[in-house]
Design a protein around this ligand. Structure first.
Ligand SMILES: CC(C)(COP(=O)(O)OP(=O)(O)OC[C@H]1O[C@@H](n2cnc3c(N)ncnc32)[C@H](O)[C@@H]1OP(=O)(O)O)[C@@H](O)C(=O)NCCC(=O)NCCS
Length: 174
């Protein structure tokens, strides 16, 4: 089994529904992609629409992976900065691998493909992202070459009494 990566796929109903299913399944399995379980597709849909609007406006680019069955298996969204002094690096958001495919090295493949893609972006020298503390994600990103460069204590309130650090990770592309 292997994944097929596509940068800037055409936004079709199948892609939209596939990403919604992926995002809901990942979230409901406890993944740290902006929601806490239980979450419905309709709650996630506006966040996906925001990504699509960014893509239509050229501010966001999508790297998607399909599995051999043709299902959407993984995503990572790049967002460019509008601040004129920060156009030399890019944000990476909504990094996720479907729960049925996790733990097989696909996350690392996804991040390697994201770095390769970002190297083709004009003038981009680094990838920055944030992740939720307390899940071991720093170790995952560390295994992909990212370094922790900052941490905001308790910035993410996943539930009353359960605050998590917002961890800032950076990958220089040189
Ligand atoms: C995080 C995620 C993308 C990793 O993808 P994956 O395919 O499961 O990861 P891989 O199989 O490529 O693992 C690569 C390495 O990271 C480690 N790793 C993966 N997920 C980890 C986690 N949550 N905590 C600690 N280590 C993790 C693996 O053990 C492996 O290390 P090893 O080579 O030393 O064994 C995936 O688990 C996921 O989608 N999680 C839910 C969504 C999420 O939280 N995304 C992060 C948003 S910031």
């Amino acid at each position: 089994m292997s994944l097929t990566f596509t940068l800037d796929p055409a936004v079709t109903p199948a892609l939209r529904d596939g990403i919604l299913d992926l995002w809901a399944d990942v979230s409901n399995a406890g993944g740290a992609v902006g929601f806490v379980p239980p979450v419905a597709r309709d709650t996630i849909r506006p966040e996906l629409v925001k990504h699509f609007v960014g893509m239509a406006e050229g501010r966001t680019r999508l790297l998607v992976a399909h599995d051999e069955a043709g299902q959407v298996a993984a995503t990572a969204f790049f967002t460019f900065n509008t601040h004129r002094l920060m156009t030399h690096w890019v944000w990476l958001y909504t990094v996720m691998v479907h729960p049925r495919h996790q733990g097989k090295g696909y996350g690392r493949d996804l991040l390697a493909a994201a770095a390769d893609a970002a190297r083709t972006f004009e003038g981009i020298e680094a990838i920055r992202l944030t992740c939720r503390g307390g899940l071991g994600l720093e170790r995952f990103y560390g295994s992909c070459g990212y370094k922790e460069v900052g941490r905001i204590p308790g910035a993410i309130r996943v539930a009353p009494g359960d605050d998590r650090d917002d961890v800032i990770m950076l990958l220089p592309l040189a």
